[in-house]
Design a protein around this ligand. Structure first.
Ligand code: NAD
Ligand code: UDP
Length: 323
């Protein structure tokens, strides 16, 4: 197949590019590097089955030749990023989804939208099945991301119903692993980097809020299976094992062997109090469930951040000597 992946130079997108290439497909990655990095796809340059287009996908996308799949992963995804980039976030979720759906329709390609557990907002149903409609504050600071993704889901279903586009919607739950930016602001990357530097771990609120963390390899497996399946309705792909943020901090301290202290900070506005996927559908329809528990995923992720932190510190020392 010939597949186009937007956000292909981002954390998740670049792992997905690798997976499609490994399965023998040709992949075109599209990205404007607003939160991604050329480093994430550097290893693919020169591969005849890979090509890259630098483009803002809220603009018209022209691609020559056939396409069998369009996967729309472009969007700031860390709360820190989307709070800094509210309008680009709304645009890529709305205009970017429109443009990429138009491309899929023109090429007769299957379309997959990267949606999110954030469509459930601060959920009043726990754990969250796909049938839950959510509890989102449209005018709060997180609304720029949540509502963009909810609009994107509505647009995808409209293209399916009115234009017959073959669509998939994955609702992704907090995913972590190598290639996250050390400063992207999400909790797993923050805690690991802080622990490795011996800095205090920043716990927002009292740390009792929960998340369910998925290792990137498990997430990509679930997304790949969903893309290959014939399931049209939204599908949760996430690890259903739930942790408090305080428990995550403890696990990171133990796995890094760090003596960092904890630093309590104010809880961001509208921060969801709980989050846990109900993956009954993924288990039944895709035969998918995560295989990598949190501790193992942390052990796979820490060496990546350790290398970046060491390189950064060595760079700082060199600069310091020159200065
Ligand atoms: P990321 O920030 O690493 O990747 C997003 C990529 O999209 C970046 O490379 C960025 O440069 C690119 N991008 C953003 N706007 C663009 C535009 N207008 N045109 C072209 N490229 C653009 O984030 P990620 O964690 O890899 O997230 C990827 C997707 O998965 C996002 O759509 C996100 O909403 C979704 N998602 C991720 C998670 C998670 O836990 N990682 C959870 C839920 C949903
Ligand atoms: N969080 C935290 N310290 C940090 C970063 C995040 O305590 O340094 C908390 C945040 O308030 C939220 C949870 O960790 O309750 C997950 O945050 P993240 O930004 O990773 O993603 P979210 O699930 O909120 O989209």
């Amino acid at each position: 197949m010939r597949i186009l992946i937007t956000g292909g130079a981002g954390f998740l997108g670049s792992h997905l590019v690798d997976r499609f290439i490994a399965e023998g497909h040709d992949v075109i990655a599209v990205d404007n590097f607003i939160t991604g990095s050329p480093d994430n796809i550097a290893h693919l340059m020169g591969n005849p089955r890979f090509s890259f287009i630098q483009l803002d996908v809220t603009n018209y996308i022209y691609v020559e030749g056939k396409l069998d799949g369009v996967l729309h992963f472009a969007s700031p995804a860390s709360p820190v990023d989307y709070l800094e980039l509210p309008i680009p976030t709304l645009k890529v979720g709305s205009l970017g989804t429109h443009k990429t759906l138009g491309l899929a329709k023109a090429k007769g390609a299957r379309y997959l939208l990267a949606s999110t557990s954030e469509v459930y907002g601060d959920p009043l149903v726990h754990p969250q099945p796909e049938t839950y409609w959510g509890n989102v504050n449209p005018v709060g600071p997180r609304g720029v991301y949540d509502e963009a993704k909810r609009f994107a889901e509505a647009l995808v279903m409209a293209y399916h119903r009115y234009h017959g586009v073959d669509v998939r919607i994955v609702r992704i739950f907090n995913t972590y692993g190598p290639r996250m930016r050390p400063a992207d602001g999400r909790v797993v990357s923050n805690f690991i980097v802080q622990a490795l530097r011996g800095e205090p771990l920043t716990i927002y609120g009292d740390g009792s809020q929960t998340r369910s963390f998925t290792y990137v390899e498990d997430e990509v497996e679930g997304i790949y299976r969903l893309f290959m399946s014939d399931r049209v309705d939204p599908t949760n792909i996430g690890n259903p094992v739930e942790f408090t943020v305080a428990q995550l901090a403890q696990a990171v301290l133990e796995e890094t062997g760090s003596a960092s202290k904890l630093d309590r900070r104010p809880l961001p506005t509208d921060d969801p109090k709980v989050r846990q996927p109900d993956i009954t559908v993924a288990r039944r329809v895709l035969g998918w469930e995560p295989a990598i528990p949190l501790r193992e995923g942390l052990r796979k992720t820490i060496p990546y951040f350790r290398r970046l932190v060491e390189e950064n510190d060595a760079g700082a020392r060199v600069l310091g000597n020159q200065g």
